[in-house]
Design a protein around this ligand. Structure first.
Ligand SMILES: [Zn+2]
Ligand SMILES: [Zn+2]
Length: 143
């Protein structure tokens, strides 16, 4: 399953004329397998053993390339570091107030919100983001 996703992602890179370096390959693989919505720092820490010459800045640059061609989504949270999500299908996030864990869930896309916002404000709407907050099951049992 994730092998298939990885192959698709690599094809997208090729189709966008992005060079597939061993680091890019590893970052992609990590993003696809890690369901934790990692920060650039998380990815760096997970891969630094394999790529001693890699820096956090390199990871960021790779993530920016992936973002530009639509492979990953960047989730920004004010001044804390961005998290990165491998962009498969449209989904929403539920976030734990205690440990910060982000879990995906699927719900029909709220497209009506976009058209309503356009009608009411005259904006040309690009996308929307909805997040649900609470206490995850791990934190619930330890409290
Ligand atoms: Zn939690
Ligand atoms: Zn997600």
């Amino acid at each position: 399953m994730s092998e298939h996703k990885l192959q698709e992602a690599l094809d997208t890179l090729k189709g966008s004329n992005v060079r597939i370096t061993p680091q890019r390959h590893a970052v992609l693989e990590y993003l696809i397998n890690a369901m934790i919505h990692p920060t650039a720092d998380d990815i760096y820490k997970a891969l630094e053993g394999k790529f001693p010459n890699m820096s956090v800045a390199t990871v960021y640059n790779n993530l920016r390339v992936f973002k530009e061609i639509g492979l990953v989504r960047e989730l920004t949270y004010g001044d804390s570091s961005s998290r990165f999500d491998f962009n498969t299908t449209e989904h929403y996030h539920v976030i734990c107030d205690h440990c910060g864990k982000i879990v995906d869930f699927h719900y029909p896309s709220l497209d009506e919100v976009e058209s309503l916002a356009e009608q009411v404000t005259g904006f040309e709407v690009r996308n929307h983001r909805m997040e649900v907050y609470g206490t995850c099951s791990d934190c619930k049992t330890s409290h």
